[in-house]
Design a protein. Structure first.
Length: 291
C-alpha cells in the first residue's frame, strides 16, 4: 500500500530536485553503505533503500525537518489529499532491524531490536517474503491504525544474527537510558503542575477572603499572603516552562536526531557488510560482520 506512494515520491524527487544534490547525497550515503553498481544482484533494492534514506533520514540543512517533511509542508495545496495523508504517515515511519517472530497468511509479527517492541505488520505476501527468525533491515509506517512495510528490505544471513543483536542492544540500552531520563523529567513536570494547581486554588481562596473584608489587620495579612502566593505562582510557571523545554529538547535532540542517527549509521554499516558478502563468497562471513 505505502510502496506505491513511495515510488511517486521517488519520481517527484527526480523531477523537482537538482541532480547534483541527489548525486552528492548518494556519495554521502555510500560512504557508509558502499558504492553500488548496476551489475550488483541487489542494485535496485539498494537504490530504493538509498532513496528511502534520502527522504526519511536526511535533514534539510539548518533545520530539524527531513526532506519528506519539508516536501509535505511545501505541497499542502498541490498534492491530492489521500496522497498527502499517506505521505504524512510515511514520515512517521520506524526504521529498524526486525526479527520475524510469526508469519501468517496476510500479516507478520516482528520484533524491533532497537526498541524491544513487537509489531503486527500487514503483508499479503508474508509467506513468500519472510521466514521465522529472519533478521532484516526495513521500515514500517502506520496507516488507519495498522502497520505496513514500505516494501524495501535487506536480509542478513543467519550466521550474522548474534553479532547484529549485540550491536542493536548497544543502541537499545542508550535509548533505554534516555527513556529513564524522560520519565524523570515528566514526573518532575507533573509534580510542578500539581504544586501550581494547588497554589492557584489557595490564591482563589485568599482573594475570596479579601473581598469579604473591608479593612483591618486581618485583611492586610491576607493581602501579604496573596502577594507571596502570586510570586510563587510566577516562579512555578517559569519552572514548568523550563521543564517543558527540557522534555522537548530531549525528545528532539536525543530521540529524534541522535537516536535516528545511531540507528541509521548501524543499519547502513550492516548494509555495507551485506553487500561485501553478496559480492564475495570466498571470505568467511565472520570476517565481514565484525567491528
Amino acid at each position: 500500500m505505502l510502496k506505491e506512494n513511495l515510488e511517486q515520491l521517488f519520481e517527484f524527487i527526480a523531477q523537482h530536485i537538482p541532480a547534483d544534490q541527489i548525486m552528492q547525497a548518494k556519495k554521502d550515503y555510500q560512504k557508509t553503505t558502499g558504492e553500488i553498481y548496476e551489475d550488483d544482484q541487489s542494485y535496485n533494492m539498494r537504490m530504493a533503500l538509498f532513496l528511502e534514506w534520502y527522504l526519511l533520514d536526511n535533514y534539510v540543512p539548518g533545520t530539524q525537518k527531513t526532506i519528506l517533511e519539508n516536501m509535505i509542508e511545501g505541497n499542502q495545496s498541490t498534492w491530492a489529499q489521500n496522497h498527502l495523508e499517506i505521505c504524512q504517515d510515511i514520515a512517521k515511519n520506524i526504521q529498524g532491524l526486525f526479527e520475524v517472530k510469526k508469519v501468517r497468511d496476510n500479516f507478520v509479527i516482528v520484533l524491533d531490536l532497537f526498541a524491544d517492541e513487537k509489531y503486527q505488520v500487514e503483508e499479503l505476501d508474508s509467506k513468500l517474503v519472510f521466514r521465522k527468525n529472519d533478521i532484516f533491515q526495513g521500515r514500517i509506517a502506520p496507516h488507519h491504525d495498522k502497520w505496513y512495510f514500505t516494501g524495501y528490505f535487506c536480509f542478513h544471513p543467519p550466521k550474522t544474527h548474534r553479532y547484529i543483536k549485540d550491536e542493536a542492544k548497544k543502541i537499545f540500552l542508550i535509548h533505554k537510558g534516555w527513556g529513564k531520563e524522560l520519565l524523570k523529567l515528566e514526573k518532575e513536570l507533573q509534580n510542578k503542575q500539581k504544586e501550581s494547581l494547588k497554589n492557584c486554588k489557595y490564591i482563589e481562596k485568599i482573594k475570596t477572603k479579601i473581598e469579604r473584608l473591608d479593612s483591618g489587620p486581618k485583611r492586610d495579612q491576607f493581602i501579604n499572603e496573596l502577594s507571596a502566593l502570586e510570586e510563587n505562582k510566577s516562579k512555578l510557571e517559569i519552572r514548568i516552562h523550563e521543564k517543558n523545554l527540557e522534555i522537548s529538547q530531549l525528545k528532539t535532540e536525543k530521540f529524534k536526531l541522535e537516536g535516528r542517527r545511531l540507528i541509521s549509521e548501524l543499519i547502513n554499516k550492516l548494509a555495507y557488510m551485506n553487500l561485501k558478502w553478496e559480492r564475495s563468497r570466498q571470505i568467511e562471513i565472520s570476517d565481514i560482520y565484525k567491528n
